[in-house]
Ligand binder design. Sequence first.
Ligand SMILES: Cc1cc2nc3c(=O)[nH]c(=O)nc-3n(C[C@H](O)[C@H](O)[C@H](O)COP(=O)(O)O)c2cc1C
Length: 361
Amino acid sequence: MVTLDTPIKIGNFTVKNRITFAPTVKFDFTDDSGLVTDKLVEHYKERALGGAGLICVEATAVLPGGRFGKNHMGLWSDEQIEGHKRITKACHDANAVVIIQLNHAGYVCNGDCGPHVGPSEIEIDSYAGKYTTHALTLDEVHEYQKAYVDAAVRAQKAGYDGIQLHGCHGYLINQFVSPTNNFRTDEYGGNAKNRARFASEIISSIRDLCGPDFLISVRTTGFDKTVEDAIEVAEEYVNAGCDYLQVSAGMTSFDEIDDFKDPQIDKFPSLGCRFKDHFKGRVPVSNVGGILTPERAKYFIENEYVDTVDLARAILADPDFPNAAITGGNYTKCFQCKACQYGPFTNHVCPAEMVRKKAEV
Ligand SMILES: Cc1cc2nc3c(=O)[nH]c(=O)nc-3n(C[C@H](O)[C@H](O)[C@H](O)COP(=O)(O)O)c2cc1C
């Protein structure tokens, strides 16, 4: 039986167990320079020592204009490479595979950082105000693709084992993929193959430049607008050289998809299970969403619903969650209070962390 501590081959790496740390931005851990700080190194070191087999470092901006806010980590310049070497060393010392999520926020970037760009011109009316987005010209599409590829090359120089393209949650790659946001009539719009092209070409270029051993993951949308369409998009990624599909949510409401065959599994974490059903054996597939206890993590792995489970809040709340889940040890459970829920100007307070720190005194 496959268990949480069964190693798995992902790309050309053997990951020591089935638990991965999902990307989670820590806005106030850096500043406008986007450089890695001591606080960030410590944050990832703790999580690697806590036993996660694979660490995915948070959404990292490929261009300053693509940031969520001014205090957002980046890999848009060679000067940023040195700091990332400290994160990769800390994770490797703890025997974790480490990749980094590359992102441009596209339509929803912070307007103080750069223009709101994306596949099409659309009217946005959000908490950030009302504005019209700029539809990238063909030349600009290629410039933005190059920014992702350049950042991946920097990531490799910094010692990362691979990268993850941020292809979900409504950011630039997802905007290209979503038929509700991409109205282009050129080769980057229309059918699923065309909507996937923005990211597929990035994947092929990274593969050419970084070689066969560099792990390429995509955190892909599980439904946009349907699960079937999202699977067609992911097929394009796999054909282009993606080694690992980490499935999360897209830009469509969960009301639009059917319940999963197993009533014990909610729609969000079911997305990865539906992809695993389709891609079984070709590339490993992970799911995410509300996996907050060892029992829940085991349910997905032992029933082979997915190959790996991706955990965000459980490991934010307690870095030692993976070791505890595997050995049956104690851990501090996430309070689900949403205080970690992100925004550059929100107050990040984790009650689970406070409980842990109190217990240490
Ligand atoms: C504080 C915080 C920051 C996050 N930052 C990112 C991010 O950088 N990239 C990303 O793809 N998802 C991000 N997410 C989403 C998580 O990776 C994850 O998909 C979501 O929290 C659901 O998983 P969970 O139930 O295990 O927390 C973030 C979530 C939280 C709570």
